[in-house]
Design a protein around this ligand. Sequence first.
Ligand SMILES: [Fe+2]
Length: 196
Amino acid sequence: MSPEPGRVPTDAQILALHRQHAPTPEAFELVYTHCRIVCAIAEQLLRRRAHSLDADLVRAGCLLHDVGVYRLGQDHYLRHGVLGDQLLREAGWPDRLARFCSHHTGVGLSRDDVTTQRLPLPVADYLAETAEEELVMYADKFHSKTTPPVFVSADTYAARVRRFGADKVARFAALRETFGEPDLAPLIDHYGHALV
Ligand SMILES: [Fe+2]
């Protein structure tokens, strides 16, 4: 059930894709809930600032960005992005949707990051290019699928990103400036996940 050419997929189409590819109900619950939370964060940020982004595309990108987790098996977690990209392409979904999977890790991985840190990824740039890709990547930083899942404050993420270098610190600060900080309180209330 791939989206019609040129159309952003509906929530129902995305939900069906999740159900089709999740190996267990627990995996579905964890990943789909996270995707919905990331979507709520992105939409809140979009509402707050009059960005000229394609809101439907942002929504689809958030709801899809982590589908590669379903294919991880014993693979390195870092590979969930490229696996999701592959999953969507195999399903016949277009490049602009597949890219949300492979271009949301951290605050963007460059070809240089892949080679110097010897990351288990095909050597390429995985940097968000469009504003929609940037927002999906940024919103994803505020919730984590740990056991149990948690919300992550902007300050906590800013402190965590330090170990990846000054360029990543600057990149996160720039995204924070562009999109603002989400108000996580209503989501914490609704989902009951703690804030770190
Ligand atoms: Fe995510």
